[in-house]
Design a protein around this ligand. Sequence first.
Ligand code: IVH
Length: 719
Amino acid sequence: MAAKPKKPPVAVEKLTETQAKVELVRLALEIERHNEAYYNEDAPKISDAAYDELRKRSDAIEARFPGLVTRDSPSQKVGAAPTGRFAKVPHTVPMLSLGNAFSDEDVTDFVDRVRRFLKLGDDEIPAIVAEPKIDGLSLSLRYEDGELVRGATRGDGFTGEDVTANVRTISDIPHKLKGRNSPAVCEIRGEVYMLKEDFLALNKRQAEAEDTIFANPRNSAAGSLRQKDASITASRPLKFFAYAWGEMSAMPAKTQHGMIDWIGKAGFVTNPLTTLCHDVEGLLKFYRDIEQKRASLDYDIDGVVYKVDRLDWQERLGFVSRSPRWAIAHKFAAEQATTVLNDIEIQVGRTGALTPVAKLAPVTVGGVVVQNATLHNEDYIKGIGNDGQPIRDGVDIRVGDTVVVQRAGDVIPQIVSVVLDKRPKSAKPYQFPTVCPACGSHAVREEDPKSGRPDSVRRCTNTLACPAQAKERLKHFVARNAFDIDGLGDKQIEEFFTDGLVMSPADIFTLEKRDARAQKKLADREGYGTTSVRNLFAAIDARRSIALHRFIFGLGIRHIGEGNAKLLARHYGTVEDFRAAMIAAGEGEETEAYRDLNGIEGVGTVVANALVEFFKEPHSVKAMDDLLKEITVQPAEKAKTDSPIAGKTVVFTGSLEKFTRDEAKATAERLGAKAAGSVSKKTDYVVAGPGAGSKLADAEKLGVKVLTEDEWLALVGGS
Ligand code: IVH
């Protein structure tokens, strides 16, 4: 059932005190729920604009009834309290939030407030630094005597989470400050974020491995930073802009821009668009310039930030509840638009997943024409989230509906709400197909082994013969991280598949031979010529020799992304051994082969079972063997199992002098060990160079064996 349209809220000026009290409690609960979803679950349930509306209303009610402000009021808090997964870190200087400006007038008011507070004369104009507001998550980095000792998230502003091991894997974050005169204690703050293109590529890899898909670059940065296993963070392309500081035992500059210059010299990346402005016109010009550039920037921003330049003035201005008086965020209008949902199209993916796509009446959202939006899955259309909880207030989406579209994090258009007033009487709840639109086979929702609930994805059961799946598998086979065949992309696969020229991977490698005998040559096809066909055959030939991990990834087995393919390649070494082991593992879970597979670090039961399923299917094995007749698979360098450190976990710390950290990690991995970022009970060795700090102390506390660089070299020597 669709929810009834909500009544518009009573104007703040008309509220009685009792009504105000009730509403403040309701708003506080609702804001808290959204804080939790945003900060702790990395899965916001409403748009930033809708969230800002809630806060604005709560602030406006409190402004009218100051006596109703309580300690639990959202205006007294920042973000959500830290989750229990990481150790807690108190911030000696709180990490506060920023007040918002939404209009030019709000900006003028801000500057006027600053001038009034400082009692500036008419001719005294406060210089103000303007910079983009990065849409990521804030981080505080503590350096003691120039060495990075701690990385912490904001948490609730007063206590954050210890993510030291994770931040050490981010290349924009120096482990040591540059220059000789760093203050003894120095906390640098800024934003962790992900480039838009890296976010899209990560989501593609995640989809291939059937892992979490992130809604936007911010969520993917937050999800990647807050990993218990730092090696996962290390594999994610996180970046960092430094723009502020916390505790400092000495101040290297007297102005905001002077501090930013110094932070840059100390080895951080600062935002190159940062500009020193001298009046409101300058600020507004900066805002409009950045708004224009927004779509073409490599990273997401959600506004700009203005900060009074003189630090002595910042100090005098101080803070009011949760935000500084000396700074303000000037937010961009949400990139939303209203349009009509003309149709819902079902696409069938490589693993048979039926994915609904909204076909919209074209509409411009933030300067880009949008005609398609993601609808994720069947439950999403019904108004149910992945966790079984209602989304969009439980309102379903129907063909014919007028919908509000938003470009989430600037990238993927999403439907944020349905305008129920405009729902046509004839609009019916959407019936998700239970048969595959491509082949007519049953499409089912398997049970999710983790939650016991039906999986959110409905899949076509005809894995082998479904033409849509076969075609998508071929697209995957030729993709960049698999066989990467130049001149053979999605478009060519579409054409060759439709014409029956390429129906399986092996067909790609017999194309030239078959073309020589064919009546109608490839070169005669529209859009082709002798040269392009010659180039295509050369590109195919160039891939007749292929690395084992690309081969395994190219097979398109469920749950086998690039990372798993590499693990398998390193474990089995050759395609012959891999093939034999997979077939043997199919004999049952008690077999040595199955146990060995399941025991590979990083391969769990889900992955092992997906492999076994694939190899149990004679048609898949035949398609693979046909391919193997045409190509040579290069062996991978096998992880050693007979080395003195095989299966051990090693942590490197301190400034290593005899080898680089990357070299040391590579050696460890080649010899079958795992290089970890932090010391725990599971650590076998800590290799400590000069200046080793907290990790060495942790090792000593836990009784973990500590090696010098020379002892490490002796241990692995000659291997
Ligand atoms: S300054 C005391 N500068 O916005 C204020 N914040 O709404 C210190 N943010 O928590 C923050 N870009 O996560 C500042 N250039 C920037 C920023 C920025 C993004 C975030 C930050 C902060 C939030 C406040």
